[in-house]
Write a protein that binds this ligand. Structure first.
Ligand code: EPU
Length: 417
């Protein structure tokens, strides 16, 4: 099993490039099923979740070539409409293949997604919306069989909660439906805008009002396109948190600043100085961070849940007491026990984490419980006195390309063993 060895205390300095967004490229790979001909997707990060999504594509009989950060997909109707259980389990977000397989094949079979470390991951909102589009669903021994014998038909859909995945599944399913679908209470995350622009590039007719209503005018056929994936705002937030705890001064290149407002505001409250220019962020942290009285995660444009563990980790050594409230995932704080090993003082009660800032953290041996919780442990280890060993880093590889290399470039003492 791979581990990260980190000797804390180095102040991060220098510049790095941000990769393409994991949460954009995954639905985009799924959406390629709806198209015909050769699609080229640029700026794809090298992540185990991307490899898992491509494996599903390959299983469905669709050929692709991965060349550095480019993926060329020869899109066609899949030869299969079932995703086997082991592929479903290889990536939590495999459910996002549902809408595109169903739209393209008129059927889709997936296994019931179980819970994950962040809590139960139900797909009731996806199912309700797909039923509105004319799909029927049968559950048999742990598998869900979807079919739309008469094709999917556009309609008005109101999501009970602006779920990112459900919004993506509806958009993909409705793209090839007959008629018009008006989707209300859709998620506003930038990665959804990226999916829409990929689909529109291939001939879809989707109008995003930007205020939670998306209108999808169904088309008969999509051709192909070339697309550049947007930058990963959570990867950027991770390096900002790492610079923040070490009193660092870094520059991040290849950022879309308009997506960073909530994250930037949080770091500004902590005393960091942030200058956004063109596609870069210049980030300068004070020698000791300030606490934040109260901050909560929300759907976009609010503070992202995925940046919660990062900011909690940074607040562990801030001056004073901070309170974080998690509004999206039930078990977001699953990583807190491991973080506490560093000497952090965090008490959690349901949605609330209260963090008493300590002057020092101490190097420890700990294990990643999940992707962003794993990144939080790296941030703590960069600050901690002495040596830390972080295990179970397969979680980190799901969402961060070259994290050790990038942190080394910024001056951290970190290696993978
Ligand atoms: N939910 C339901 N029913 C549903 C769908 C969602 O109850 O049918 C609940 C979930 O259980 C969760 C909340 O709604 O508590 C939010 O779920 P959502 O569907 O919005 O999230 P997702 O599509 O499963 C994506 C990202 C996550 C990110 C969330 C929230 C991808 C591949 N994943 O997940 O990313 O945290 O949106 O922004 O886009 C990560 O990158 O670390 C990550 C977990």
């Amino acid at each position: 099993m791979q581990n990260l060895l980190i000797i804390g205390g180095n102040r991060l300095q220098g510049a790095i490039d941000i990769h393409g967004a994991k949460n954009s490229v995954l639905p985009i790979i799924s959406a390629s099923i709806l198209m015909n001909g050769k699609n080229v997707i640029h700026n794809c990060p090298d992540l185990s979740d991307v490899t898992a999504a491509l494996k599903i594509l390959g299983f469905l009989g669709i050929k692709y070539v991965r060349n550095g950060s480019d993926i060329a997909i020869t899109s066609r109707k899949p030869t299969k409409f079932t995703i086997p259980d082991e592929l479903m389990r290889s990536m939590r977000s495999s459910v996002m293949f549902l809408g595109s397989i169903l739209a393209r094949c008129g059927k889709a079979t997936i296994s019931t997604p179980g819970g994950c470390m962040l809590g139960p991951r139900p797909i009731d909102i996806h199912i309700k919306a797909l039923k509105k589009l004319g799909a029927s669903v049968k559950e048999e021994g742990g598998t869900l069989n979807f079919s739309a014998d008469n094709g999917l038909v556009g309609t008005e859909i109101f999501l009970d909660f602006p779920s990112v995945g459900a919004t993506e599944n509806v958009i993909m399913a409705a793209t090839l439906a007959s008629g018009v679908t008006t989707l209300h209470n859709a998620a506003l995350e930038p990665e959804i805008g990226d999916l829409i622009s990929f689909l529109n590039g291939a001939g879809a007719n989707i109008y995003d009002s930007g205020n939670g209503t998306v209108i999808i005018y169904g088309v008969n056929k999509l051709s192909s396109t070339e697309h550049i994936v947007i930058p990963d705002r959570i990867e950027a937030a991770t390096y900002m948190a790492a610079a923040a705890v070490t009193g660092g001064n870094i520059k991040l290149n290849g950022i879309e600043n308009r997506y960073m407002t909530a994250v930037n505001n949080a770091f500004i409250k902590m005393g960091c100085n942030i200058v956004c220019k063109d596609k870069t962020i210049a980030f300068d942290a004070p020698s000791r961070l300030k606490s934040i009285d109260f901050i909560k995660s929300e759907v976009y444009p609010g503070f992202p849940t995925d940046a919660g563990p990062l900011i909690i980790s940074a607040l562990c050594t801030a001056e004073g007491r901070s309170v974080f409230c998690e509004k999206i995932f039930q078990n977001r704080y699953v990583f807190v026990n491991e973080l506490s090993r560093f000497g952090a003082d965090i008490s959690c009660d349901k949605t609330i984490a209260a963090i008493e800032g300590k002057e020092k953290l101490y190097g420890v041996h700990c294990n990643c419980t999940d992707l962003r919780g794993g990144a939080a442990l790296i941030i703590a280890a960069l600050k901690a006195e002495g040596k830390s060993r972080i295990g179970n880093i397969c979680h980190i590889k799901r969402g961060y390309q070259d994290i050790a290399k990038n942190l080394r470039l910024l001056g951290a003492d970190i290696k993978e063993v």
